[in-house]
Design a protein around this ligand. Structure first.
Ligand code: GLA
Length: 383
C-alpha cells in the first residue's frame, strides 16, 4: 500500500511524523462459526489491511484521524475517560487501550491516523485489522513488546466483546497477528495450538467476490452464538462435561432435540458437520486433493445458508453461479449476512467465471461485485 496520503494527512493534522505499523485482514478457507465453539478454523492473513501512523504526544489524550471516513473522521478521547467515544470506529481503539490497561500495560497519549486497503464490511475483518494494528503498536511503544502475540489477539477479541457488542471468536484477530506469507493456519480454537500450512495449490486460484452487501456483525451474529450455547447447556445438563460444541457429537445432540428449539438444533448440527469438514479438508490438503477441498466448501455453504441461516440471497446467488461455472469450491466467508464469497477455482476457468459472475450478478442485483485475487501475507508488524 502506498502510504503517501497517510503520511501527508498525518503531518498536516499533527505537524510532525510518527512510526508506521500494519495489520492485515484475513480469509478463511473453511471452519466457519467454529471458533467460538472450540473447533478448528483455517484462516490466512492477506496482503491487504490497515496501516496506522502513530506517535506519542506526552499527554493523556488520544487523537485519532480515520482517513478513509468522510464525515466525523476526527476523534479525541482521554485515557482517563470511562465512557466510550460516540463514533463507533473510535471504540475499537478506545477498547484496545482499556484492554491493554487490564493487562498491566499503560499507554500514554498518542496521535494517530490510519487508513486501509481492505474494504470495510466486506467480511475481510477490517475491524480485527484495526484492533490488531493498535494493539501491536501500543505494545511496542509503551511496553517494549512485552505482551505476547496470543494476548494481542485476545485484546482485539475482548475489544469486540466489551466495546463493540460482537461476541466473536478468536479467528480474525489471530490470523491478523499471526499471518504468514504463503501459508494458511490451522488453528485449534480450544487449545490455541496452531500449524502453518503452505498453501500454493498448483493450477488453482483463490478468488473473492464481494457481494457489496455490507455486513455489520451484531445481533444476528450473537444470536447464532446463543443458539450454540443453548444446545451446549442442554447437553451439559444431560451428560455433563460439555463446555462447547467441540465436546459434543450427533447422538448427544439428538438426545436433547426436544429440549431445544428447532432453530438451535439445526445451528448446532451445522457446527458438528463443520467440525468434521475441517478435519477432512486438512487431510485433503495434505494429499493435494483440491477437488475434495472444493466439495467441502460447497457443503459448508449449504449448511451456512440452510441450517445456520447466516447467508443472504446475494451470496447464495454467487455460490450457485460458481457451481454453474465449474468452480471447484465456493462458499460465503466470515460471519455472514453479506461480504464475500471465497472461490477455489481452476486457473483455466478463472477468467470465464469472474466475467460471468460479474455480469449475472450485476444484472440480477444492479451492483457490480468487486473481485479480489487472494495473496497471503504476513501478520502485524512495524513498517
Ligand atoms: C466473524 C467473527 C469470527 C468468526 C467468523 C465466523 O468473522 O469475528 O470470530 O466467528 O465470523 O466463522
Amino acid at each position: 500500500m502506498d502510504n503517501t496520503v497517510l503520511r501527508n494527512r498525518f503531518r498536516d493534522m499533527f505537524g510532525h511524523e510518527g512510526d508506521l505499523y500494519f495489520s492485515p485482514g484475513r480469509i478463511n478457507l473453511i471452519g466457519e462459526h467454529t471458533d467460538y465453539n472450540g473447533g478448528f478454523v483455517f484462516p490466512g492473513a492477506i496482503d491487504k489491511g490497515i496501516t496506522a501512523e502513530i506517535c506519542r504526544n506526552g499527554s493523556r489524550k488520544v487523537r485519532l484521524l480515520a482517513i478513509d471516513i468522510e464525515e466525523d473522521n476526527y476523534v479525541e478521547f482521554s485515557l482517563d475517560d470511562t465512557d466510550k467515544p460516540s463514533r463507533h470506529w473510535a471504540c475499537y481503539i478506545f477498547g484496545v487501550c482499556k484492554e491493554l490497561e487490564k493487562r498491566g500495560v499503560h499507554p500514554g497519549g498518542f496521535n494517530a491516523a490510519f487508513s486501509g486497503d481492505i474494504p470495510l464490511g466486506a467480511g475481510l475483518s477490517s475491524s480485527a485489522a484495526l484492533e490488531s494494528v493498535f494493539a501491536f503498536a501500543l505494545n511496542a511503544m509503551f511496553a517494549d513488546g512485552r505482551v505476547d502475540k496470543f494476548e494481542l489477539a485476545k485484546i482485539g477479541q475482548a475489544t469486540e466483546h466489551n466495546y463493540c457488542g460482537v461476541k466473536c471468536g478468536i479467528m480474525d484477530q489471530f490470523a491478523s497477528v499471526f499471518g504468514r506469507k504463503g501459508c494458511l493456519i490451522r488453528l485449534d480454537c480450544r487449545s490455541l495450538e496452531y500449524e502453518y500450512f503452505p498453501f500454493n495449490p498448483t493450477g488453482y486460484d483463490l478468488v473473492l467476490i464481494d457481494s457489496c452487501v455490507k455486513h455489520s456483525l451484531g445481533t444476528e451474529y450473537n444470536e447464532r452464538r446463543e443458539s450454540c450455547e443453548n444446545a451446549v447447556a442442554a447437553m451439559n445438563r444431560l451428560f455433563g462435561g460439555v463446555e462447547t460444541l467441540r465436546d459434543a457429537d450427533y447422538s448427544m445432540l439428538d438426545a436433547v432435540k426436544d429440549e431445544i428449539s428447532g432453530t438451535d438444533y439445526l445451528r448446532a448440527r451445522y457446527v458438528l458437520d463443520e467440525k468434521e469438514r475441517v478435519l477432512t479438508v486438512c487431510d485433503a490438503l495434505n494429499k493435494g486433493d483440491y477437488e475434495l477441498v472444493g466439495r467441502k466448501m460447497y457443503e459448508t455453504h449449504w449448511g451456512l445458508s440452510h441450517d445456520y441461516t447466516a447467508s443472504c440471497p446475494e451470496l447464495d446467488f454467487l455460490v450457485e453461479t460458481a457451481r454453474e461455472c465449474g468452480v471447484t469450491g465456493s462458499r460465503m466467508m466470515g460471519g455472514g449476512f453479506g461480504g464475500c464469497s471465497i472461490n477455489l477455482v481452476r486457473r483455466t476457468l478463472r477468467d470465464n467465471f469472474i466475467s460471468r459472475a460479474t455480469r449475472e450478478y450485476s444484472r440480477k442485483f444492479g451492483i457490480i461485485p468487486k473481485v479480489y485475487r487472494v495473496i497471503t501475507g504476513d501478520g502485524s508488524r512495524k513498517l
